[in-house]
Design a protein around this ligand. Structure first.
Ligand SMILES: [Zn+2]
Length: 306
């Protein structure tokens, strides 16, 4: 059976964009960009959607106007949204494969020491990766783009920045000590956006780095090799190929977390009481909550039982 797989190139950009001179960005006195950035070429709107023939390995230029229109209008409508995910597009509604232009990319900081990975963390989902840094370390934008939002979230991201990149991704970076960009600023890959810190829900200086495609986060380790700090699998003319099957392989974990249910511990209750009540086992409760069978639970603690 002959099988061809159509892969659609999705690159969302802003129709007209004048880049600011990077030297006009507000920088702290001791921090100046030492990375040479190149002028980023805005991709031609008509070439956003390509098809990929798996058998021959050829990429053919093609168009998918209806999808392009839909995505463009989503982007236009939320260009100044303050929400983390204003798009609310389920990943299953997107094309099965999407190219992301990674020709202009700069690793955002000088440390590549991962302190916490993407995925389920206790009863929450960690939508990014944590990189251990020193307080005040320079943080750079990984790709060119425009600052969509910057804010302070107590008990969460702390001081954070959301950048919409011309390649269709959004980066969220958090826990800054100082942010050095404002909403609407055009930036190039490698431009300094802030200084690292430990603001918000954080126990020590680190950079929380998050990549999202139309609001849907994926593991930064899928696109960046943190050992070399280079982009992975840049096989297609410098494009990184996002596939729903691989890049979004955590969808099952997210679904499972959505179905989760919790019990609030009352006086005198133990894990075995809770297990009996919900028809599960202590072992299962421990696995769901990152506990040991000998762990002490306290009154008021939330225990996930499903
Ligand atoms: Zn984090």
């Amino acid at each position: 059976m002959k099988k061809s797989v159509i892969i659609i190139l999705l690159l969302v950009a802003f129709p007209i964009l004048a880049f600011s001179d990077p030297t006009t960005l507000p920088l702290s006195p001791s921090e100046t960009p030492n990375v040479k950035t190149e002028e980023h070429n805005i991709p031609d709107l008509t070439s956003f959607f390509n098809s990929y023939d798996q058998a021959s390995g050829n990429i053919a230029k093609s168009k998918n106007d209806s999808l392009l229109d839909a995505i463009s209008s989503i982007y236009d409508n939320f260009s100044e949204s303050t929400l983390i995910n204003p798009y609310e597009i389920e990943i299953s509604k997107l094309p099965d494969s999407i190219f992301i232009d990674c020709n202009n990319y700069i690793y955002p900081t000088k440390s590549n020491h991962i302190t916490s990975r993407f995925g389920i963390r206790g009863v929450r989902f960690h939508h990014g990766i944590d990189i251990g840094i020193k307080y005040g370390d320079t943080i750079r934008s990984p790709f060119a783009g425009v600052v969509r939002h910057t804010n302070y979230q107590r008990g969460g991201y702390g001081k954070y920045i959301i950048i919409r990149h011309h390649n269709g991704l959004e980066t969220i970076m958090a826990h800054f000590s100082h942010t050095l960009v404002s909403v609407g600023d055009s930036i190039l890959a490698g431009d300094v956006v802030g200084l690292g810190g430990s603001s918000g829900r954080s126990t020590g200086p680190h950079l929380h780095l998050e990549f999202r495609l139309l609001g849907n986060s994926f593991n930064p380790e899928k696109i960046i090799n943190f050992k070399t700090t280079e982009i992975k699998n840049k096989n297609f003319e410098g494009n990184f190929l996002i596939t729903i099957a691989d890049t979004y392989s955590h969808q099952g974990d997210l679904e499972e977390l959505k179905r989760a249910a919790y019990h609030r511990v009352r006086s005198g209750e133990t894990l075995s009481h809770i297990a009996r009540r919900y028809g599960t086992s202590v072992r299962r409760l421990c696995a769901l909550n990152g506990l040991k069978e000998t762990s002490i639970i306290r009154i008021g603690q939330r225990i996930r039982y499903r």
